[in-house]
Design a protein. Structure first.
Length: 226
């Protein structure tokens, strides 16, 4: 499994506010003036930081545009800068844990992302209707797999070559998203990206036919997202 390379943090304090903007909270209370929120980014996440209830905090969220919602990580500090640096560290540690949780596909020898990683990626990559249809068809078959011609039919493709090319494109988008972190190592993949989807196996009923078998982690993610 490739090693994880953390980003160089020697200049973290110097550039922590680089590219960040400020926006004010719309409403004010009698006891407290409107809170100033600084918005920036770190890797593939949006960072919001500021002072609330006498404490400095920073939080990470999925970066727009995405259908994903919810808090990714949060941290506090004695200053806003310290809170942001602590948040960066928390995100880096999260990336390390995810990389360690990936399994190795025994058929191809490549890393398979966790189901959570697939869910996050599927919320963020731009899939066509045909690609979504093929992923759903494969996820429903799970370990039994689906003949390549049926996968192509699910996506309304005229040839298995075109369908396989579209699935490989999905794999490249997923690995591209997961590799856009903060110095994290993305999952390994084959030259065409298809290993992030699953593998093709010879059918027991027809030695000339191949079945697409989707990774169980991706099966679970597809059913959750789509």
């Amino acid at each position: 499994m490739p090693g994880y390379t953390a980003p160089n943090r020697s200049d973290a304090g110097r550039d922590v506010f680089k590219g960040m903007s400020k926006k004010s909270k719309a409403k004010e209370t009698r006891k407290e003036a409107a809170m100033s929120i600084r918005v920036g980014e770190y890797g593939r996440y949006q960072i919001k930081s500021g002072r609330l209830a006498g404490a400095y905090g920073a939080r990470a969220f999925p970066k727009p545009p995405t259908k994903a919602r919810g808090l990714i990580a949060e941290a506090t500090g004695e200053t806003e800068e310290a809170a942001i640096i602590a948040l960066h560290s928390a995100i880096d540690q999260r990336e390390v844990r995810r990389a360690e949780d990936r399994r190795t596909d025994p058929h191809k020898g490549t890393q398979v992302p966790t189901s959570d990683e697939y869910v996050e990626a599927l919320h963020s990559v731009n899939l066509t209707g045909s690609q979504r249809a093929m992923l759903m068809a494969l996820s429903l078959k799970e370990a039994d797999g689906l003949a390549q011609v049926k996968v192509a039919d699910a996506g309304s493709y005229k040839s298995t070559t075109s369908a396989n090319r579209a699935l490989a494109s999905v794999g490249r988008m997923i690995v591209g998203y997961l590799s856009s972190g903060t110095g994290s190592t993305g999952p390994s993949t084959g030259p065409d990206g298809s290993t992030l989807i699953g593998y093709r196996d010879v059918s027991e009923h027809d030695e000339k036919a191949e079945n697409w078998i989707m990774h169980p982690e991706l099966c679970a993610a597809v059913r959750k997202v789509m």
